[in-house]
Write a protein that binds this ligand. Structure first.
Ligand code: PMP
Length: 295
């Protein structure tokens, strides 16, 4: 049996300050966000009742909205508190939590200065983003023809809904071609990230990861860098060109939903699901559950 659609489930959704029955958390069809993508969102996971890096996510949500020119009428603290209320209302300890803020339906047309700003928070149980099997065999990534836009083309530091249009295109094309996900290059042709996660490579015992100058500097990415450095592993943030993929031994993705997921294939290149990738998976898993990794 397939999962029920996301608008037809039991539970509670925090909506503009109150908890609404899940099926009643609705918006009008003439909502600015739907026509002009004026929406920003977050995605974070709760582990054993604690939402990992919650304040960083709430801060990024507020900042994402600012980058789109609107102010969320709740503070970072209030947003974090509302995330816990939502989790408790749904009786969940291990869950994915999805806050979203958007411009409402007061005004139609590109201009939106009179639009009301809304905030909603949902949560649901969500296992491994790419499935359990991918954690063993490693993901197969296509190389997308869509490139991450330049910072002067789009507000690339914002987790803005509009920036995901090319991610969905890339992901669908990858699936049609038999892959799990896609590697996206940036506007210069450098390696950037996957459709919803950052990327790391292993070479000679060191981690190499692209400098996040036109895509999200993921909270998971920053956590993994800290965990690796705490183990004395060298982490090099730099421009990475696709030609270099040939010389990397291992590869993995990082993201709040994806956690740490190994990559086995990118287009014509093969990577081993090796010891260092497995170490970072284990360290991250321990860290988010509050167990200190064995460093
Ligand atoms: N890049 C994209 C496009 C993403 O959607 C995500 C997930 N939010 C990330 C990177 C990783 O960010 P984080 O580790 O903060 O979840």
């Amino acid at each position: 049996m397939s999962d029920p659609p996301f608008d037809d489930r039991d539970g509670w959704i925090w909506f503009d300050g109150e908890l609404k029955p899940w099926r009643e958390a609705r918006v009008h069809v003439l909502t600015h966000a739907m026509h002009y993508a004026s929406a920003v969102f977050e995605g974070q996971r709760a582990y054993g009742g604690t939402i990992f890096a919650l304040d960083s996510h709430s801060r990024r949500l507020v900042r994402s909205a600012e980058l789109l020119g609107f102010a969320i009428p709740w503070s970072v603290e209030a947003i974090s508190e509302a995330c816990y209320q939502t989790l408790a209302a749904n009786g969940l300890d291990d869950a994915y939590v999805r806050p979203i803020a958007w411009r409402g339906s007061e005004q139609m047309g590109v201009a939106a200065s009179r639009s009301r700003i809304h905030l909603a928070i949902a949560c649901w149980a969500w296992g491994a983003y790419f499935g359990d099997e991918a954690l063993e065999r490693g993901l197969r990534l296509d190389i997308s023809p869509w490139r991450r836009p330049a910072p002067h083309t789009a507000p690339t530091e914002s987790k803005a809904a509009g920036l995901y249009m090319i991610c969905t295109l890339a992901k669908h094309r990858a699936a049609d071609r038999g892959y799990d996900d896609a590697l996206m290059l940036d506007w210069r042709g450098q390696v950037a990230e996957a459709t919803g996660a950052n990327i790391f490579f292993v070479k000679d015992g060191a981690l190499h990861t692209p400098t996040p100058d036109c895509f999200l500097n993921g909270i998971t990415r920053q956590t993994v860098i800290r965990l690796a450095r705490a183990r004395g592993i060298e982490v090099i943030e730099r421009a990475i060109w696709p030609e270099e993929l040939e010389g990397f031994e291992q590869c993995f993705l990082t993201g709040s939903a994806a956690e740490v997921t190994p990559v086995g294939v990118i287009g014509p290149w093969r990577f081993e699901v090796g010891a260092l990738a497995r170490q970072m998976m284990a360290d991250y898993r321990g860290h988010v559950r509050g167990h200190r990794p064995n460093v």
